[in-house]
Ligand binder design. Structure first.
Ligand SMILES: [Zn+2]
Length: 288
């Protein structure tokens, strides 16, 4: 299922080995004054898993929070040096802190520093950790400086409108180097069971999206159309409820001020944490 990512890692690993070999050949025994860090696969051919934080015991539900973009992929750009990858990391860390403060659920971050992750690795981390919910955090940019507010996206092969389709193609571009295409993957697995599982996952993802709106409306500015669907590679898990939250537009001056304000980020995190906790508490008591 992750041939694209594996071949990417093999290429990276080979390039790193070649680079290191060249360094040591050319340095005639001198220790180089820099460190090369390349995400090499572990023995199983997959990247290492992040730490799970929060109340001890595997019985507590687990949410995996994904800070969009990172490393050589900056995401969208705003005025000055504002980069989406830094905004998403700050929001993800704030959300982690809010969840840990409440102490009701366990949480893991796909990244807690400025590193690149292939899109499929992000939900892959959640699956391998046995997560109950996957939330990917992003910040949008639009040509119109008027566009503002948060939007919650859930997965659909058919985008709800052109704005949603355009956004999905921009977000998915992070992986074009690996030739990953959502359509290619899903067409080959069209059994009834998969379809049922996907429909149930889509339904639960929608429930979570509704909860985000319910918990955060009034405290946080939302886009005029706050809930949308599109074909995001990062959300394509068959059996894991997932949502992508665009926290606001870094191309809008008020949103940009909010996104860079620690107090606003803490408020955003508290409201989102509340939606996550309610969603996971409901799942915890429902049969099956
Ligand atoms: Zn993004």
């Amino acid at each position: 299922m992750i041939n694209g990512s594996n071949s990417m890692r093999r290429t990276l690993a080979a390039a790193a080995m070649l680079f290191l070999a060249q360094c040591s050949a050319g340095s005639s025994g001198r220790v180089p004054g820099y460190v090369v860090r390349v995400p090499l696969p572990d023995a199983g051919g997959e990247i290492g898993l992040p730490a799970i934080e929060g109340p001890a015991g595997a019985g507590r539900p687990l949410v995996v929070v994904d800070a969009g973009h990172g490393g050589h992929d900056p995401g969208a750009s705003g005025a000055g040096r504002l980069r989406e990858k830094n905004v998403t990391l700050a929001l993800a860390l704030a959300l982690r802190d809010a969840l840990l403060k409440d102490g009701r659920v366990r949480v893991a971050l796909t990244r807690s520093d400025d590193r690149f992750l292939v899109l499929e690795e992000r939900s892959g981390i959640a699956r391998r950790l046995g997560a109950d919910l996957f939330v990917s955090i992003h910040a949008d940019a639009a040509e119109s400086p008027e566009a503002s507010g948060a939007t919650v996206y859930t997965l659909s092969n058919r985008a709800s409108d052109k704005v949603a389709a355009d956004l999905a193609s921009r977000e998915n571009r992070a992986d074009l180097i690996n030739g990953v295409s959502l359509e290619e993957k899903t067409d080959s697995v069209s059994t009834i069971l998969v379809d049922l599982s996907r429909r149930e996952t889509a339904r639960e993802s929608q429930v979570f999206s509704n909860l985000v709106l319910r918990e955060a409306s009034g405290s946080l500015p939302f886009h005029d159309e706050p809930q949308r669907q599109a074909a995001f590679v990062v959300l394509k898990s068959l059996d894991l409820p997932s949502a992508l939250v665009e926290a606001g537009y870094i191309s809008n001056s008020q949103d940009a001020r909010n996104l860079t304000d620690p107090a606003w980020r803490a408020r955003f995190a508290a409201r989102l944490a509340s939606a996550i906790e309610i969603f996971l508490a409901r799942r915890d008591v429902s049969p099956g």
